[in-house]
Structures are given as structure tokens and as C-alpha cells.
Design a protein. Structure first.
Length: 325
């Protein structure tokens, strides 16, 4: 890697429960090099930190970064809850090794560069605003739909963190207080109704009680109802399966209700959706927009673009880079 990248590129780090993905990202949002290493999520705090440092070191070695490039900035997407102002990771349920852990300070102490920490949805929202699907927009609402639902809000190029840094938990907005209990403890959150596991449960329910309708979903699951996943629903829908279409249409209706609330609250000029479930739901984006007036008081709600995110599996790396100054 050429040494003149030191004035352009930053290191983006995406920490998950099982992996640390690290990339070198230029000032236009292009990922120039990347690597992945295992994450030590359940051991000691120091072991988890060493997993992150090891991944950063591996990137530097693989990309032949010189000393000047290594003195660039590092941006880290870490599991929340966390404090983006101090860079302290508070108590993430999927990363039990860290409790009130000063991640930014510890990483800065190793590399002697500016280090920023934020949650993945906030950071991905900023990456999409700076370099991706929301480029040129001023009031951005971003949602990542996958195993859970995370959201980020960017106003005039800045993440909206709120008073304590905890703003943007749109996945835990209740749309049905009689609904299923979410992992956060609340009832009827959109995450509990429209994330990947919820889609799988909705599909499983279609075959319960002796319902033996033939379906590509069951074929993919080997006729085992409990083995049905949201990915299988997506594949069955792509093959023209009517039950899969039912499941995804019901999911689209739930997302419409939720997005109507988000529009009435935030009045964004664009909505960007990322993650595996968002890609699966993208054929329904036009249906969602068409149904918005029934769930939104904003008379111009249908003018808001609903776009698929530019960054896919690399959203965390790009997001980490985006939060760097």
C-alpha cells in the first residue's frame, strides 16, 4: 500500500459478537483493504481488547501500511449501549467481556491516533450520508434490518445522539402493545415483529396446527417447521412461493406502520434501509410507499425516497471510517 494514503485513509473497525472486521477506507468511502478475525466476546476485557488490536495489526501488515498511515484515525463500530462522547462501552448483551470499558482510550493508547466509537447503525447512517445512498440529503433516517433492527438519524451531516447519547433506538419503538415481547423487554417493538427471527416465526405459524399446504419454504426446511428461517422465506419468495409472499406482505405492512411514525416524528428527506432483511424486502418498497398515507399524517410522505443502502456487509467498516474526524 502506497505511503501517500496516510493523509487520506482511515481505519474502520466493526466489532461483533463473533468477529472483528477491519478495513482501510479512503476519504471517498472506498474500502481499499480489509480483513476479519475472531472476536473474544465472552472472556476477559483484556482478551477482547487484544482481539481488536490483533485485527488492526493484521490489516496493517496485510496492507503494508507504513508508520505514517498507522498514525491516521481509527473509527470503531461497537455493540451498544455505549457512550459515543467518551468512547466507553457500557454493557452490550452480546459482548459480555466489556462492562464500562474505555474502548476509545485503550485503543488510542496503543496506536497514538484519534479514536472514535459509536454504535453500528449510527455509524452506518453517517457512511450512507457521506458516501452512499443518502449522499446529498440533509435529514436522513437509516435503518438496518437483520437479526435485529437498528436505526440512525443524521441531520445536516451530523449524527443525532440526543441528550445522553442514546437516541436513535428506532428498532425499539412499539407499534403493538399487545404484541410479542422484544429482547429489550418491551412489548410489540418493530424489532420483535419485523426482524429476521420474527419473519421466521410468522412463516412457521403458517404451517402450525396441521396446515400442510405445499410450499417451497417447507422444502427448504426439510419439512421441519422449526427449522424455517427468514432466509428460506426470501428464497421461496424469489421462486414465486405464495406463502412466502404472504409472509413478506405482512412484514411490509408492519414496516409501513412503523415508517409512518418515523416520518411523522422526524420528517426526513430520505429513508435508507440496509441489512439482509432490507434486501429481501426491497421488492416491497413501492408497496410500502403506496400505503404510507394510511399510516402517516405528513401529506408529502410519498415524496420521501425509500432507498436500499449502498454499503452491505461492509457497512460497519465504512461506518467506522465515517465517524472519524
Amino acid at each position: 500500500m502506497a505511503g501517500d494514503l496516510s493523509n487520506q485513509a482511515v481505519i474502520g473497525v466493526d466489532i461483533g459478537g463473533t468477529k472483528v472486521a477491519v478495513g482501510l477506507v479512503d476519504r471517498e468511502g472506498k474500502i481499499l483493504a480489509q480483513t476479519r478475525k475472531p472476536m473474544a466476546a465472552t472472556g476477559t476485557a483484556e482478551a477482547a481488547l487484544q482481539a481488536v488490536i490483533g485485527a488492526i495489526d493484521a490489516l496493517c501488515a496485510e496492507a503494508f501500511l507504513n508508520a505514517a498511515a498507522q498514525r491516521s484515525a481509527i473509527g470503531i463500530c461497537a455493540p451498544g449501549p455505549l457512550d459515543p462522547r467518551t468512547g466507553v462501552v457500557i454493557n452490550p448483551p452480546n459482548l459480555t467481556a466489556w462492562r464500562n470499558f474505555p474502548l476509545a482510550d485503550r485503543v488510542a493508547g496503543v496506536y497514538h491516533v484519534p479514536v472514535k466509537v459509536d454504535n453500528d447503525a449510527n455509524a452506518a447512517a453517517l457512511a450512507e450520508t457521506r458516501w452512499g445512498a443518502a449522499r446529498g440529503y440533509h435529514y436522513v433516517f437509516y435503518a438496518t434490518l437483520g437479526t435485529g433492527i437498528g436505526t440512525g438519524i443524521v441531520f445536516d451531516g451530523r449524527i443525532y445522539h440526543g441528550n445522553t447519547g442514546a437516541a436513535g433506538e428506532g428498532g425499539h419503538v412499539t407499534i403493538d402493545y399487545h404484541g410479542p415481547r422484544c429482547g429489550c423487554g418491551k412489548l410489540g417493538c418493530i424489532e420483535a415483529l419485523a426482524a429476521g427471527p420474527a419473519i421466521a416465526k410468522r412463516a412457521q405459524a403458517k404451517f402450525s396446527g396441521g396446515n400442510a399446504r405445499p410450499s417451497a419454504i417447507l422444502d427448504l426446511a426439510g419439512s421441519k417447521i422449526d427449522s424455517i428461517t427468514s432466509e428460506m422465506v426470501g428464497k421461496a419468495y424469489a421462486a414465486g412461493d405464495p406463502i412466502a409472499r404472504e409472509v413478506l406482505q405482512e412484514t411490509a405492512e408492519l414496516l409501513t406502520i412503523w415508517l409512518g411514525n418515523m416520518i411523522d416524528l422526524l420528517d426526513p428527506d430520505v429513508i435508507v434501509m440496509g441489512g439482509g432483511v432490507a434486501a429481501m424486502m426491497s421488492p416491497f418498497f413501492s408497496d410500502i410507499k403506496n400505503r404510507l398515507p394510511a399510516w402517516c399524517v405528513n401529506p408529502r410522505c410519498q415524496e420521501i425516497p425509500l432507498l436500499l443502502a449502498h454499503y452491505k456487509a461492509d457497512a460497519g467498516i465504512a461506518g467506522g471510517a465515517a465517524i472519524c474526524p
